[in-house]
Design a protein around this ligand. Sequence first.
Ligand SMILES: [Zn+2]
Length: 749
Amino acid sequence: MVCDANRPRASAPLDSAMWGLLLALATFAPAVDLGLGTPGASGLGLAPPATTKAPVSTLAPSSNPAQQPSGKNNGTSEQHVRIRFVKKKKVIIKKRKKLTRPRPLVTTGPPVITTPAGALHLPEEKEPGCPPLGLESLRVSDSQLEASSSQSFGLGPHRGRLNIQSGLEDGDLYDGAWCAEPQDAEPWLQVDARRPTRFSGIITQGRNSVWRYDWVTSYKVQFSNDSRTWWGSRNRSSGMDAVFPANSDPETPVLNLLPEPQVARFIRLLPQTWLQGGDSCLRAEILACPVSDPNDLFPKAPALGSSDPLDFRHHNYKAMRKLMKQVNEQCPNVTRIYSIGKSHQGLKLYVMEMSDHPGQHELGEPEVRYVAGMHGNEALGRELLLLLMQYLCREFLRGDPRVTRLLTETRIHLLPSMNPDGYETAFRRGSELVGWAEGRWNQQGIDLNHNFADLNTPLWEAEDDGLVPDTVPNHHLPLPTYYTLPNATVAPETRAVIEWMERIPFVLSANLHGGELVVSYPFDMTRTPWAARELTPTPDDAVFRWLSTVYAGTNRAMQDPDRRPCHSQDFSLHGNIINGADWHTVPGSMNDFSYLHTNCFEVTVELSCDKFPHENELPQEWENNKDALLTYLEQVRVGIAGVVRDKDTELGIADAVISVDGINHDVTTAWDGDYWRLLTPGDYMVTASAEGYHSVTRSCRVTFEEGPVPCNFHLTKTPKQRLRELLASGAKVPPDLRRRLERLRGQKN
Ligand SMILES: [Zn+2]
């Protein structure tokens, strides 16, 4: 997602205690082992832990009164008693806390993670960490969330999801947290897991807002099987209700593992203290493992599987390199790994090339690419490309006709990680604790999707002066001088991608992002300077809308009619596609640069609400995107293609210009004279022109049948060009040519 760059950001360094537990959590994180050599993982990682737990029916609320906060076992009465109780508490807190502004990250409490204090050994750490219940991924539906009160609909319990983003206007409908009413003395947020569940931890965040700071600084946790009788999470040493230290800024997610995991159906978070002057606002994720239900008493959780035996894990740099190597070894005839350069930290930008003749451009075979991870924390695209390369290799070996055709008719380049430095930062935090922004930028703090040369401005200025296309071409705009200077702020990752774009005649691309569910197409930058958003179509709007619709229309998550919006905009109202500039302006985007500097048409795919989904979501995300990823690449067949040749020699002409009547954007031929012009179905007048040749115009019809439609050209050299070539070769000028030249000269005079 691109719109969060200007949001207020905060980051708190993890203390060492948290790191220890994070590492433990990472080690035991469930992994899906489906045959590609995931060591040590068992099944979905969701099996109940080895420690025997009491069955659900015996987990009735404890009779120990110390476990039950006063008035909590009956949600209907005793309102004023509670108010008095809490008011007293609040006074104490006001004395203790002198927090005014959020900048200094004051941690008055114990370390961020609550461990069983005084425990001699930590048997819990041997249990695998439970995955998220799905508040962030939206697997938990709005109706499963409930609260004691809320300030407005936009701050309702359904907004209490980790990483949810407010609208830029902070409108009532979409605000960035659940917030209790200020007069609510004992606020709570409740999640109904809908079946007995082993709750093991809670992650909280403050409120995402342009205008306000609100976060909860401590909370208690309660459980219930019927939402009427509740029992609390207790400290094992003291036997008292555990008070969990929570947030100290709006954004950093804070994890608390429960002293003892509890099996229940409902869980409540009860904020105890919050930022002075603020409200009780939070965003949360619940860590929970399913428990066995041998008698099928409860509705089954929806399956999260895929039938493809692929490596569904998050891969850091080393693991990614290893996996790519494995794919290369399995499919040596159709794969090749190469690097296009290095990140600021020196990590290589690896590309997997997949084609029947890897390493060479074949005449008439279009080049396509996917780029993922330009925002390092948007991790799903990276894994989808790693899954795609495994899938293409495997299906090619199995003789799948669709994949075989794709690999023999196109040359596919997959760059899973354009910003590996940012990814490593996000990966180290982990999928649930990385927050919304950390790892987005490269090591130098550059947002790579704002770092490409702005070619829109020079093009539009020339257009305003009436110079396009006669004086200034409408394609292949050169890099501006300032951009090529040695001290220009251009990230090494950006430079590497630009050189890659210039080296290979790409026709079609998508770059994969996360944090929303929508496909956005160029232009990404508004034509009116400083406009925050404005519809800014390219001359190829029809093609871009086609391409975007193909991806959005074959992506299962986008097609789900029941899906709720990720954050603050409901893109499903417009087919899940949007013009980039009409969403929010992005100068220097990769899409705009691709279109104006090369032949390549590129769109942005925002793959999921969750930027860094837990790895148990990967099989489902693969299923959501598999068909879309394949179908999108096949769109390189939509339009016309052919070779522009010299009529006499039959040799291909490089850099010939292909213009289509009515579309003020040309493409050019590759070295051997081959070209691809993406076009939606219709009749077109197409002109091929090249320096030293007479231009040729012909009509070409694009139908809904599978293409591309062949549209070849034979160009004749101009007499001037022939003369030039003859003179250059030292030959005599033949008499007929001399006569024609004299005639031409006479006409001019
Ligand atoms: Zn992004």
